[in-house]
Design a protein around this ligand. Structure first.
Ligand code: FAD
Ligand code: UDP
Length: 367
């Protein structure tokens, strides 16, 4: 006899959505998390009335109607549109790469002029089939944009030379020949009014939740607590790193409250030169159009993951993908465990993709 149908390891979006779906079908769920709060990386901390995205800026965007309808059951979203700016030395550019960026970069006005310059720079670089991030970036936006807005940022973010990184990372960003600074192409976008915590609370309603609880200690003491496990921790840690370590990028957040109502005039400002040690500064109040008298900013410093620090970004290069495939094969043999989420699948997933994956896993499991 088990006390629970599911032991859900991790209270981030994957675990919490699975818990909601299972609880709604009358299943008993125990959700554990090693952190002292629920919500995983979407957790917000309230500082002087401002919802601070403690684990980095989280902007919800999706083209998946099912996911959009689903999250709207648990929160109302505002009309925030992400339009970051990039600072390179004394120069400031709009992102993503669009006519505003090209006009500022080259003093031109029309898409034809921009395309002509980019085509010339691609031809000069002699790239036919891009093999890595550098070649992919140059063949999309030309060498000037690559040198000023991509190279430094990417090498800080990933701690690797752009020629050693997979091309797909840069394909995440839209490229447009219109004057449109919207960072995403998705049909729906916004920030939940009141932050992400109320969504997580509603998803976890009806589940038992234990915080400050690490799976690997807990399971030794309670080996038969649940019939099945949903594991959203690190895939390689589950198997005791038996095939070797998967690599991750971590981020150190330096957060401070400042006695001004508006520090940088935008939620997201990227610093794209190698000389500035942080990748970006987030000013959290702008996500919810806050009118508070003070402001809270976070500088993000990217770092290689070491045991004891937080894993954030899987590094999907060849070495890690090959290793991840071997771990996924081990995982597939575990019929008693469902592996999910960014850490459990070693995938660079956005929130909407994690929610879609959790809904799918729940459907496959629960019908
Ligand atoms: P997580 O949120 O990481 O949750 C996993 C949970 O498992 C954690 O709470 C962890 O403490 C717990 N856990 C791990 N191991 C154990 C263990 N052994 N025992 C107990 N508990 C354990 N997506 C977007 O769509 N838009 C964005 O703007 C965006 N910005 C991002 C910015 C950053 C810096 C990062 C890192 C990610 C961003 N994402 C964004 C992606 C988004 O965070 C993820 O898609 C989503 O939060 C992943 O949810 P998850 O449940 O898989 O994992
Ligand atoms: N990127 C860049 N310059 C920028 C912003 C992003 O070169 O100013 C590159 C960088 O390699 C980054 C990738 O584009 O890893 C994806 O950016 P995104 O903003 O999607 O990163 P995330 O939100 O996942 O940190």
């Amino acid at each position: 006899m088990y006390s629970y149908d599911y032991l859900i390891v991790g209270s981030g979006l994957f675990g919490a959505v699975f818990a909601r779906q299972a609880t709604d079908r009358g299943r008993r769920c125990l959700v554990i998390d090693r952190r002292n709060h629920a919500g995983g990386n979407v957790y917000c901390e309230n500082i002087s009335g401002i919802n601070v995205h403690k684990y980095g800026a989280h902007i919800f965007h999706t083209s998946n109607r099912e996911v959009w309808d689903y999250v709207n059951r648990f929160a109302e979203f505002n009309n925030y549109i992400n339009s970051p700016v990039a600072i390179y030395g004394e120069e400031l550019y709009n992102l993503p790469f669009n006519m505003n960026t090209f006009s500022k970069m080259w003093g031109i006005k029309t898409p034809a002029e921009a395309k002509e310059i980019i085509d010339r720079q691609i031809a000069e670089a002699g790239i036919t089939a891009p093999k890595n991030l550098e070649e992919q970036a140059i063949s999309l936006v030309g060498r000037d944009v690559y040198e000023k807005l991509i190279k430094g940022y990417t090498e800080k973010q990933w701690g690797r030379d752009c020629r050693e990184l997979p091309a797909f990372i840069i394909k995440r960003l839209p490229l447009r020949f219109t004057y449109d600074n919207n960072y995403f192409n998705d049909r729906w976008q916004g920030i939940p009014i009141g932050g992400y915590n109320p969504i997580i609370e509603k998803l976890l309603e009806g589940s038992q939740v234990l915080l400050n609880t690490d799976y690997f200690d807990f399971i030794k003491e309670h080996p038969n607590i649940a019939e099945k496990t949903v594991f959203t921790g690190m895939l390689d840690e589950f198997f005791d790193y038996s095939l070797g370590y998967l690599q991750w990028r971590s981020v150190r957040f330096e957060t401070e409250e400042l006695p001004t109502d508006n520090y940088q005039g935008n939620a997201v400002v990227n610093y794209t030169s190698k000389e500035v040690p942080w990748t970006r500064i987030i000013e959290h109040k702008h996500f919810e159009f806050g009118q508070q008298p003070t402001t809270v900013i976070s500088r993000e410093y990217s770092a290689e993951w070491k045991p004891g620090t937080e894993p954030y970004y899987p590094i999907n290069d060849e070495r890690n993908e090959t290793l991840a495939e071997k771990y996924r094969a081990l995982a597939a043999k575990r019929e008693d465990v469902i592996f999910g989420g960014r850490l459990g699948q070693y995938k660079y997933y956005d929130m909407d993709k994690v929610i879609a994956a959790a809904l799918e896993a729940a459907k496959a499991e629960l019908g």
